[in-house]
Design a binder for this molecule. Structure first.
Ligand code: ZN
Length: 250
């Protein structure tokens, strides 16, 4: 089973039409992706959750929604997230430091909730090593997926090494390899952290060059690695399935 662990639902700023549920499904079919962790950013938590719910209800076997935690002055975001996980079977929480910083007073209540409810958090920390370290240490029972090996399209090999070492030291950390440019860092992460905690995602859809070619190229980053078929399957789906308690993972 192939699972894209990082796919964006309609995102008016960057994606547009390509991010509509039906277009995502078509792209997944063309690429050979069975399921996708579905994310929605840039809108308040309530709207994100509602849109994700709608997409998931349309394609319940394909989309795995993560609740989006963005503080909102108008209502209590924690309640919305809790409800999404409890009643709507959302499987995790997404946070993005490019949109909202990872200061403790903002994110820790959300992470406490995730930890209590036993769901993982996918965090795009935008290179904020210190807060990731703090979070890893403070929430040992929380499974945290670090997006993009620490920083989207990072060219700073030393910074990536720090995130790899962090994941090596904290068994509750997992590394998402979407949006990684320095491919040797993926190999290094596998070596240091182990195949089990490496997770594939596309961070799609992307129009350049087109959604299908983009996703296939992301997949080739894994299929081209010098690993056994079993190990590739782990990275391309089994690891995240295991993390989310998704059955019928081969
Ligand atoms: Zn993303």
């Amino acid at each position: 089973m192939i699972i894209d662990a990082h796919l964006h639902l309609r995102d008016d700023v960057y994606v547009g039409e390509e991010g509509r549920p039906e277009n995502l499904i078509k792209m997944m079919d063309d690429v050979g992706v069975d399921k996708a962790v579905l994310l929605r950013l840039y809108v308040p938590a309530r709207r994100a959750i509602e849109e994700l719910e709608e997409a998931r209800n349309k394609y319940p076997e394909r989309f795995i929604p993560f609740a989006y935690a963005l503080p909102d002055f108008r209502e209590h975001t924690l309640d919305l997230i809790e409800k999404a996980i409890k009643n709507e079977n959302f499987k995790g929480i997404k946070m993005h430091a490019g949109i909202c910083r990872l200061e403790d007073y903002l994110v820790d209540p959300v992470l406490e909730l995730a930890s209590e409810m036993g769901v993982p958090s996918l965090i795009d920390c935008a290179g904020d090593y210190d807060n990731m370290e703090r979070i890893a240490r403070k929430f040992p029972n929380l499974k945290v997926i670090i997006a993009h090996l620490g920083l989207y399209l990072c060219r700073d090999g030393e910074l990536m090494d720090r995130f790899i070492t962090l994941a090596k030291n904290y068994p509750n950390l997992f590394l998402d390899i979407s949006g990684v440019l320095l491919l040797e860092k993926i190999e290094k992460a596998i070596e240091e952290v182990g195949v089990k905690r490496i997770i594939w995602g596309t961070d799609g859809p992307s129009r350049s060059p087109d959604p299908v070619s983009f996703a296939l190229r992301e997949m080739e980053k894994v299929t081209h690695l010098r690993l056994t078929t079993k190990e590739k399957e782990m990275i391309l789906g089994e690891n995240i399935a295991h993390l989310l308690g998704i059955k019928n993972a081969s």
